[in-house]
Design a protein around this ligand. Structure first.
Ligand code: GDP
Length: 309
């Protein structure tokens, strides 16, 4: 069996960790968002790819869910003392990875090739693909102005009221090698518990990817990022209310209409099962909060079982 997972950062990485504990890593392809990628202090940073690398490589900061464990911040402190920006946290070890990536991108290597090499060096057996090797930047139009993702999310702490989300560069981007093939041939496709607009949206905006998902013959299952009307973290609930009037598994399913056949929702929302059924979606409710490794495995197992129904 082959499984392909569309992935954002922390929620997706925890889900992938659960999946890796159940099936062989060679059975898994992750297609990861690059709409958050940006440059800081000359470094090319790919936050979602790094979160997956650190999580599956066993290096991640366990409570935070992103960045590395046992991290120091000497370089960033020294940069700040000289007037450099320090609103985006960059640990010393993390900077080591960004230096190598930046160097190799500068020498003309593709992000997908660098990512595959990092995954191999960190002992990660899954196939880890950026959605595209081309630049895509998630832009948010808000009452306070138009911002790139990191400015909106980190610098302004996602407090601005969002009017529209755009994926700059997406229309000209090509899916990275292997992405369309994985979507077409995998026995199961999964949309991880990630922000539908800010993590999954920029993946689906790359021409060909949403079509490949829609044309699949096998099941495609989404894992809800919403529990009891709220996002576990971040602005997914506010964005769903803004664009669909309600934050619930049903509006997530509406957002993914024509793309998904199955949905794993939280036990807190089991009243929604009937509404999802009316939308033609086969759904099941379990506890989806991935607080520890047992919970991650439970959520991943529930998706694998649900997809067989
Ligand atoms: P990112 O790192 O910016 O991609 O953000 P996260 O992946 O941490 O969070 C994105 C979405 O995933 C949010 O809407 C969260 O509600 C959701 N999410 C994060 N962790 C979990 C979890 O343990 N369970 C569920 N069901 N959703 C989660």
């Amino acid at each position: 069996m082959q499984v392909v997972v569309l992935a954002g950062g922390v929620g997706a990485s925890r889900f992938l960790a659960g999946l890796v504990s159940l099936i062989r890593p060679e059975q898994i392809t992750a297609v990861v968002n690059v709409g958050d990628d940006f440059e800081q202090l000359g470094l090319q940073i790919s936050p979602d790819l790094d979160t997956v690398l650190y999580t599956l490589g066993g290096l991640v900061h366990p409570d935070q869910g992103w960045g590395r464990a046992d991290e120091s911040s000497n370089a960033l402190s020294a940069a700040a003392a000289l007037g450099g920006p320090d609103w985006f946290f960059l640990g010393d070890k993390d900077i080591g990875l960004h230096l190598v990536r930046t160097n190799r991108l500068g020498a003309g290597e593709r992000l997908s090739s660098i990512t595959a090499d990092f995954a191999r060096r960190l002992g990660i057996g899954i196939r880890l693909l950026p959605s595209t090797d081309d630049p895509v930047t998630t832009m948010l139009e808000t009452l306070g102005g138009t911002f790139d993702f990191q400015t909106y999310f980190v610098r302004r702490r996602h407090t601005d009221e969002v009017d529209a989300v755009r994926y700059e560069g997406a229309a000209e981007a090509l899916p990275a090698e292997g992405v369309l093939d994985a979507l077409a041939t995998a026995d199961l496709a999964i949309i991880a518990p990630s922000n539908p607009f800010l993590s999954i949206g920029p993946i689906l905006a790359v021409p060909g990817i949403a079509d490949a998902l829609a044309e699949r013959r096998g099941p495609t299952a989404a894992v809800t990022p919403i529990i009891g009307g709220r996002a576990v973290k971040g602005p997914a609930d506010r964005l769903l209310r803004r664009f669909y009037g309600e934050a619930s598994p049903v509006t997530v399913a509406e957002h993914y209409r024509d793309l998904i056949t199955h949905m794993l929702i939280d036990s807190a929302d089991q009243d929604e099962l009937a509404r999802l059924k009316a939308h033609g979606i086969r759904a099941q409710a379990v506890d989806t909060l991935m607080s520890d490794s047992a919970a991650r495995a439970r959520v991943a197992r529930a998706v694998l079982e649900l997809a067989e129904r």
